[in-house]
Structure formats: structure tokens, C-alpha cells
Design a protein around this ligand. Structure first.
Ligand SMILES: [Zn+2]
Length: 474
């Protein structure tokens, strides 16, 4: 008998190999040393292999763990406090963000990460100003992190409409230094589960000199730049006023559009501009629900893909999404584009599933280790319970309905098992690596103080949600 660490038995494997979903059945997946070794005929697995751990997933479908390319988990402590309003950042988020402490944001991160894992995410693309504790928590929980630190020179203050951001070069340098320190401390740590990227907040928040400097560091350190790009008319206005051209052309002029750039949102890009970015070799992260809720816009991810670019899905932030659930994002990217194009054949379920797995992995630069189930890759996978009501009934002939039901019907609780680097981190919706109750109890203590500290500014700004509150609509 040959010995491996783990044998995974299931009636359906969606490996995401090839150009479709890489469906296999009648096989078992062998895992050893945290990696996928092979798929073998299930009878051969029975006869020739033994393992410490045999996963008998007899009413499940196995998929690669989902990739959430772009998250601000720290904002989760403000979940549900900023949606349904114009001017989301100023009218919605600002009073609460000004009141939230770093400690409260760390607590928010923990719960967002737990939520994401329970909905099948194994790779978390988190991005914020203070990432040290997030790295430690992701390491402890056993997930995979693709983490960027916010680099920003624009002073943190309220700007009048039309006013250009005021750059503070020293603040920019300090934030960049923190990103470098984070890289030195965490890159490739946690058995290679954590990677550190560099995260200028956007072309409008730092000087061109600093963008070029960050790009050089990214190339020297062999990592990626993760940046909001053309994320709204606010950014376009700033860049046009400063440099006389729209953001993607400004970025191209300074040599920023290349394969080391992960461009987030492209909210204010025309389809031609999105295709221009894709052809330059950069990749994209689209955040359908977040941008739908905070801007009412469907970002040009399909145009980007049409030009040959890779796109990952992201859940972004909870004060206006309001969840970290990639199953929802798969459904949303399909629905929004079908509606935008008035064409049900646009963006089928299998394409969204690729965005959540192999295409997403390519977009954020982790396809060397995850994104598909194949020999040599890390064993990051999830099992979907096909006995869950939202997945039933299951058809395999004349067509399989598992992928359409995962994308359009599932919500998260169907995820019965989550494995990262060959280690089970969640089973039956219970995280095994940490005491999740601890994080849940901590976040419940936040609203009282945060709410009290935000109240004065909230009512002074008197945005949509303040009016809703007064009118008994919340
Ligand atoms: Zn963002």
C-alpha cells in the first residue's frame, strides 16, 4: 500500500482544469505534504492507497477554495451603516470611519474572515491601513492571505468639492515603509500561505514619483501592485485636473500598466479604457455587489475579459455590500451583466465560477499554487453539501445542474468543508482552528461605543440614512 496524508472521496470533482470546469467523477484525490498529488480511479485508491485521513464526501461536490481578490475586512465593524446613499464615502461611511478605532477594525476583520471562510473563501485579498493583526489572524485561522497595505500621501481630511488632495510626502513614505516592513515580516510566511502585495490607494492618492517608486519595489521584490484604478468620477476629476488626462492614460504614460498591476474596480472606465488596460497585461478585480450598492454601476469586467484580461471577484467592504460572500458575487456578476446587456447568455454560471477560482487566481497572481485542483498545486479545496435544500435535486443527465445551483441558488451554509494546504480549517460550518465565539462576542461589544462616537457627525451630515432613521425606515 502506498501512503499519503489524505484521500478525498466524492462523487463530483470540479477541478477547473482546462477551459471549462474540469469535471471528474469516479476518482479520488490524493493529498500529501499539503499538495495535491494526483487523481486516481476510486477503486485504485481503495486498493493501493492508505492515508491518515480519508474524507468520505459521499453527497458532496468538491471545488477549489474560492478566491476573494479584494476585501477591506477592517470596515466590517461598520457593516450595514452606509448603503443606499449617494456620496457613499462622505455621507455614508465617513462619520463611522472617523469614529472607529484600529482595535475595533481588527475585531471587524476577524468576523469578516470567519464569514468569508464559511461561504467557501480560502484565499483572502485583504487591503487596509493596518494589516499586521490581520496577517496574524489569517495565519492562525489557517487560510491563505494575499495582503496589501494601503500606501497614501493624500492627507486624511475633508476636502471641498473640486478641491485637489493635498499630498504629504512624508506620510506617503511612512505608509510605504510600513508596507515594506509588512512584506519583510510576512511574505511567504505561514507555510507560504501569506503573500504581501503593495497597495497604493489609487493614482489620485499618491504622486507619480511615488507610484514609480512602488512599481520598482514590486519588481525587485517579485510581488504585485494592488491598487484601486479609475474607481469613480472623483478619481477621474483629480487626475484630469492634475495631469490633463484620464487615469488609465496617465498610468500608461508613467509605465504603470503592466502585468504587475492588479487594477481594482475600473468603475469610471469606458469599455475601451478597460480593454486598453487588459491589453497592457494588467489584471482586474471586479466587486459587483459593492459597486452596485455604493455607485449603482456595473464595472466593465466583461469588456476586460473580451480583450484577453483575467478578472477576479471581490467582496470589497461590508458598510456597503454588505457581506463577504463570493457565492453572492458569482451570482451578482452574472445577473448584473445579463441585465446590463439584456442578454441571458452573457456571463453564464461556469464563467463566474472560473472567476472565483482559476481565473481569479491568475488575476491576483496565485495560480502557481491554487485556483484549480491539479497535481503539484496546494490542496486548497471546499466541499459543497448536495443534500442541502438549495442544491436539490441534483441532475447529472442529460445535464449537470450542480454549477448553476452553486452560483444561483447556494448562499454559503452549503459549504461543508474547507481545506487549505491540506489542513481542514472548517467542517460543518464550524471553524476548527480558532474559537470563533471569541470573535463573535468581541464584535458585539463594538456598536455601543462606535455608534455614540459617530452620532454627532452622522446627524450633522444628515445623509440618507439619518433621514431614514428619523422617518422610521430603518
Ligand atoms: Zn477597495
Amino acid at each position: 500500500m502506498k501512503k499519503v496524508d489524505m484521500i478525498v472521496k466524492a462523487p463530483h470533482f470540479y477541478t477547473m482544469q482546462g477551459e471549462g470546469v474540469g469535471y471528474k467523477n469516479g476518482v479520488a484525490m490524493l493529498v500529501d505534504g499539503g499538495k495535491i498529488v494526483d487523481f486516481v480511479d476510486e477503486k485504485i485508491a481503495e486498493k493501493e492507497y492508505k492515508a491518515e485521513e480519508v474524507l468520505e464526501l459521499d453527497h458532496h461536490a468538491v471545488f477549489p477554495g474560492f478566491i476573494d481578490g479584494h476585501m477591506h475586512t477592517g470596515c466590517n465593524v461598520m457593516r450595514g451603516l452606509a448603503q443606499d446613499t449617494n456620496n457613499w464615502m462622505m455621507y455614508g461611511l465617513q462619520p463611522f470611519d472617523n469614529a472607529a478605532t484600529s482595535q475595533q477594525k481588527d475585531i471587524g476583520s476577524e468576523v469578516a474572515i470567519i464569514e468569508a471562510i464559511k461561504a467557501g473563501t480560502t484565499t483572502l485579498g485583504d487591503y487596509n491601513g493596518e494589516m499586521e493583526n490581520v496577517c496574524a489572524f489569517i495565519d492562525k485561522i489557517g487560510a491563505r492571505g494575499n495582503i496589501a497595505q494601503n500606501v497614501r500621501a493624500a492627507k486624511f481630511r475633508v476636502y471641498n468639492p473640486g478641491e485637489l488632495y493635498e499630498f504629504d510626502d512624508e506620510q506617503g513614505e511612512i505608509s510605504l515603509k510600513r508596507n515594506i516592513e509588512l512584506y519583510d515580516k510576512w511574505h511567504n510566511k505561514g507555510d507560504g500561505r501569506i503573500r504581501i502585495l503593495f497597495g497604493p490607494q489609487g493614482p489620485d492618492f499618491v504622486s507619480p514619483e511615488m507610484l514609480i517608486k512602488v512599481q520598482k519595489i514590486v519588481k525587485d521584490y517579485k510581488t504585485k501592485m494592488h491598487m484601486h484604478v479609475q474607481q469613480g468620477d472623483r478619481e477621474t476629476y483629480q487626475i484630469v485636473k492634475r495631469y490633463g488626462k484620464r487615469p488609465v492614460h496617465f498610468l500608461d504614460d508613467i509605465g504603470l500598466l503592466d502585468r504587475d498591476l492588479i487594477a481594482v474596480h475600473l468603475t469610471d472606465c469606458t469599455e475601451e479604457e478597460a480593454q486598453f488596460v487588459a491589453k497592457k497585461g494588467a489584471t482586474m478585480i471586479v466587486n459587483p455587489a459593492s459597486i452596485g450598492i455604493i455607485d449603482g454601476i456595473v464595472c466593465p469586467s466583461m469588456a476586460f475579459q473580451d480583450a484577453g484580461g483575467f478578472v477576479a471577484l471581490g467582496s470589497d467592504q461590508a458598510p456597503g455590500n454588505n457581506c463577504h460572500n463570493i457565492i453572492h458575487e458569482m451570482k451578482n456578476v452574472c445577473l448584473f451583466n445579463k441585465i446590463k446587456c439584456q442578454n441571458p447568455e452573457i456571463m453564464p454560471a461556469w464563467k463566474a465560477l472560473r472567476m472565483a477560482t482559476i481565473e481569479g487566481a491568475k488575476a491576483i497572481g496565485v495560480d502557481d499554487i491554487v485556483g484549480s485542483l491539479e497535481s503539484g498545486k496546494q490542496a486548497d479545496f471546499i466541499a459543497i453539501d448536495l443534500d442541502y435544500p438549495s442544491m436539490l435535486p441534483v441532475y447529472t443527465y442529460p445535464m449537470r445542474n450542480i454549477v448553476p445551483n452553486l452560483v444561483y441558488s447556494a448562499r454559503g451554509p452549503e459549504v461543508a468543508l474547507s481545506v487549505v494546504n491540506g489542513r481542514i480549517i472548517m467542517r460543518d460550518q464550524k471553524i476548527l482552528t480558532i474559537d470563533e465565539r471569541e470573535s463573535i462576542e468581541k464584535i458585539k461589544t463594538c456598536p455601543e461605543e462606535l455608534g455614540k462616537n459617530a452620532a454627532e457627525e452622522f446627524f450633522k451630515i444628515h445623509g440618507t440614512n439619518a433621514v431614514f432613521m428619523e422617518e422610521d425606515k430603518l
